[in-house]
Write a protein that binds this ligand. Structure first.
Ligand SMILES: [Zn+2]
Length: 254
């Protein structure tokens, strides 16, 4: 089974490196420099680039990596991805060259219009759609789309490891506490994640089960989340999509 290693980039991005022996693939290579440094230090051969969506902090390193390693680039069919050779949409299945990881593709629009996830072998690369205790902003999609996309991720088995693309967990927890002050699992998680950050460790991957228990954006049918969203909105909210829309907007200004 390949190992999955975070390569920190920019201020709070993680580029995920999939390693099997001397072969590697990267997911969301927003910056080539730290990837090249890691590959050279470890003596690895890059065999593939995977992209979840078109934002520059996820694909900005593609060209520089391709200049050194002529490898396939797997990306969403409905977005412009630099160097893309394999355009993917829901239902497509791939085996990542060199590392032997079999992954299937989910369409998860909302953060961007064509955002995809790669799912398989007990893990999901979810880009900027699901974060630990949070979710991506709606740059190109609607609350209904994002609710459906998060629902697809939430329906994966509880033990599924979710490899998010940013380290936002502690600030996400501060918001989640405002929405669900009565959530004991959230309180317990806050202490655990703060300790990890103090040791300089990433708080991701998270698991789908952990997110279902503590991520307010996956809990829009929970009474306390509904009550907080309605208090913030100053009116009754008719559906989980309306609750989601309210707390997403709330967090934008939190
Ligand atoms: Zn993004």
């Amino acid at each position: 089974m390949p190992s999955i290693i975070p390569i920190p980039a920019f201020r709070d991005n993680y580029i995920w490196l999939i390693r099997e022996g001397r072969n590697a693939a990267v997911v969301d290579a927003g910056d080539a420099a730290p990837v090249i440094a890691h590959l050279e230090r470890e003596g690895l051969d890059l065999r593939a680039i995977l992209c979840t969506h078109h934002h520059n902090d996820h694909v900005g390193g593609n060209r520089a990596l391709l200049a050194r390693w002529n490898v396939p680039v797997f990306g969403p069919k409905h977005e412009m991805i630099p160097g893309c050779t394999q355009a993917l949409a829901e239902g497509d299945e791939i085996v990542v060259p060199g590392v032997g990881l079999a992954l299937s593709v989910l369409d998860i629009p909302g953060h961007t219009a064509g955002h995809i996830a790669f799912v398989g072998d007990g893990l999901v690369f979810c880009g900027d759609t699901l974060f630990a205790v949070g979710c991506g902003r709606l740059f190109e999609g609607t609350p209904a789309q994002m609710t459906r996309s998060l629902g697809k991720l939430a329906s994966l088995p509880d033990a599924t490891r979710a490899y998010c693309a940013h380290e936002y967990t502690l600030s996400n927890i501060r918001f989640a506490e405002a929405v669900e002050p009565g959530n004991a699992r959230l309180r317990e998680r806050k202490a655990r994640e703060a300790a990890r950050r103090e040791r300089g460790e990433p708080t991701v991957p998270t698991t789908i089960g952990e997110e279902r228990a503590t991520n307010p954006f996956l809990r829009c049918a929970e009474p306390e989340v509904i009550a907080s969203a309605e208090r913030h909105a100053g009116r009754k909210l008719a559906s989980p999509v309306e609750v989601f829309a309210e707390i997403r907007e709330w967090k934008n200004h939190f």
